[in-house]
Design a protein around this ligand. Structure first.
Ligand SMILES: Nc1ncnc2c1ncn2[C@@H]1O[C@H](COP(=O)(O)OP(=O)(O)OP(=O)(O)O)[C@@H](O)[C@H]1O
Ligand SMILES: [Mg+2]
Length: 286
């Protein structure tokens, strides 16, 4: 893709804030390209699967998720954050695809593409453009918001020593963090010291709540990766977009649910029995 291709993609991106399908006239006006030139570029972008054409009453275009990915990746490359990215994802969740990336200095990183409003796992290009009916809230906007929120949480908790991936950069719907070499808690081969790992998770929840002012809100054995540092099993908490501040009206009930999820997992799988109320007291009152 060249600069002119990106200029058209950016015009469509901006137009999507106000149009379900961005009218051809709008793109022409913003880019100032001749009809022939614009036509050629739009064909190319369409052929590459970066934009989708309106089949309705007027000619209009929207970005596909792939088109939006291209804009974010280009920005991250320009800013010197990324140099390469893996062809296949290293993780696919309900609301994100995670790829491995490499920075110009050679650091291996995790690149998380937020995909809110994705219709199906198998067909990531099919996306809803509207949520609700009258207000124009697109998958694009929601995915960007989700990434922004996650980045914000990561910065906060990381400042206060919570074990979470170190945030490196974000752009649009993409968050770049340190890559954790670990296995999700739910599929780790039996832990050597489950009690130690559980209390480390609780300690991180406490640090996040009392120091960073953050409640994770979606904590479970699926969002904890277990790494090994100097022979010790160390849990790292991932996946923060749904966090709430500790002063939020729902903070306490979410904190309780987070803790209950973790305690339940360790009871089921490792037969560890602890008093949940005691732990909640310990987390909230120091
Ligand atoms: N920083 C990271 N380093 C290494 N692997 C990661 C990292 N972040 C995510 N992953 C991998 O990608 C998977 C999904 O990540 P994450 O939980 O953040 O996405 P998600 O779409 O929100 O998942 P879900 O909605 O299913 O909980 C993780 O289980 C993990 O295997
Ligand atoms: Mg997850």
């Amino acid at each position: 893709l060249n600069e002119e291709d990106f200029k058209v993609l950016v015009a469509i991106e901006h137009g999507m804030a106000r149009h379900e399908y961005v009218p051809l006239e709008y793109i022409a006006k913003v880019t100032n390209f001749t009809d022939d030139k614009l036509d050629m570029i739009l064909r190319k972008l369409h052929r590459l699967g970066l934009i989708q054409r309106n089949k309705g009453p007027y000619i209009g275009y929207v970005l596909t998720t792939f088109g939006y990915d291209s804009l974010a990746l280009r920005a991250l490359v320009k800013r010197g954050v990324l140099e390469r990215i893996s062809a296949d994802p290293i993780g696919v969740g309900k609301e994100a695809d995670i790829y491995e990336g490499v920075t110009p200095s050679g650091e291996v990183v995790a690149v998380k593409f937020h995909r809110i409003g994705r219709v199906s796992f198998r067909n990531p290009r099919r996306v809803r453009t509207y949520v609700g009916d009258r207000r124009h809230i697109s998958w694009l906007y929601m995915s960007r918001l989700s990434a922004q929120r996650e980045y914000e949480a990561l910065v906060l908790v990381h400042q206060h020593g919570v074990k979470a991936p170190r945030p490196i950069a974000h752009n649009r719907h993409v968050v770049v963090t340190e890559k954790i070499e670990g296995v999700p808690l739910f599929e780790v081969p039996p832990l050597e010291d489950p009690e130690d790992v559980m209390y480390q998770v609780i300690e991180n929840v406490k640090l996040a709540y009392t120091r960073a002012g953050v409640v994770h809100g979606d904590l479970s054995e699926f969002n904890v990766l277990v790494t090994v540092e100097n022979g010790r099993e160390v849990p790292v908490i991932i996946d923060w977009p749904q966090w709430v501040p500790s002063i939020h009206p729902s903070a306490e009930s979410l904190l309780r649910r987070d803790i209950e999820n973790i305690v339940r997992f360790f009871r089921r799988k490792y037969n560890l029995r602890v008093d949940v109320e005691e732990i909640i007291k310990q987390v909230t009152q120091g």
